[in-house]
Design a protein around this ligand. Structure first.
Ligand code: NI
Ligand code: MN
Length: 225
């Protein structure tokens, strides 16, 4: 399984032949224009409605023909904006797709679409595939519901926000890793704006003390999970 980081909380995952893109927001990426032309996706997963997760959603969905998977309020909004392929779900629900099983998990955050439309509750994604099991929490505070994840699934990797201010910071993300019983964390939602800038060396040292591998990916880098 391949993880491609596009900046902020936008990343791609290649699971077998299937290409997933999460939370499309390419503004921080110096190759934004090329990516908007070249990026291919079979599914686009959206954790919540905020602009730093949806800015490039409609353009990318229309260009690729990808199926948008998100909470029902967001997929309905996408349909009204002319996106043909959507799959609406809600917190706690699972569905089997060709890449594996996807469950929407709870997140503690807020959610509204850029035009002010109510976007339902924010969510995370638990993905079980033949190639491994991944959890992306979306924007969230540390929360006790994370203890449910290892009751469902043994994780290979968790993708968590680490930038603080709007979401968990590094210390809480490391507590999340303990609750998730997961030793491999990919950090997202850091360094994009001044309030979420983090000290990389200090963060990795803090993780190492707990025996956790904290990866802070470079924009346009690829990680094999
Ligand atoms: Ni947000
Ligand atoms: Mn955000």
């Amino acid at each position: 399984m391949k993880f491609n980081f596009y900046g902020h909380s936008c990343f791609g995952m290649e699971i077998g032949q299937t290409r997933l893109v999460f939370d499309p927001f390419l503004d921080p990426n110096p190759k934004k224009e090329e990516l908007l032309n070249e990026l291919e996706a079979d599914y686009i997963l959206v954790s919540h409605g905020h602009v730093d997760h949806t800015q490039d959603l409609l353009a990318l969905a229309k260009k690729t023909g990808a199926t948008i998977v998100s909470v029902f309020e967001i997929t309905e909004w996408c349909s009204r904006q002319g996106c043909e392929h959507v799959w609406g779900m809600n917190t706690g629900g699972s569905h089997s797709f060709d890449f594996g099983t996807l469950k929407l998990t709870s997140a503690i955050h807020s959610s509204v679409l850029p035009d002010g439309t109510y976007a339902g509750n924010p969510v995370g994604f638990l993905i079980n595939t033949e190639q491994g099991n991944i959890y992306y929490s979306g924007d969230t505070a540390l929360n006790l519901d994370m203890k449910l994840i290892p009751m469902w699934t043994e994780l290979d990797c968790a993708i968590l926000p680490v930038g603080d201010n709007f979401t968990m910071g590094v210390s809480d993300a490391l507590k999340a890793a303990e609750m998730l019983e997961c030793k491999k964390i990919i950090g997202v939602h850091f360094d994009t704006f001044p309030p979420i800038a983090i000290d990389h060396i200090k963060s990795k040292e803090e993780a190492a003390l707990k025996g956790i591998e904290l990866i802070l990916p470079e924009i346009n880098s690829t990680i094999e999970i």
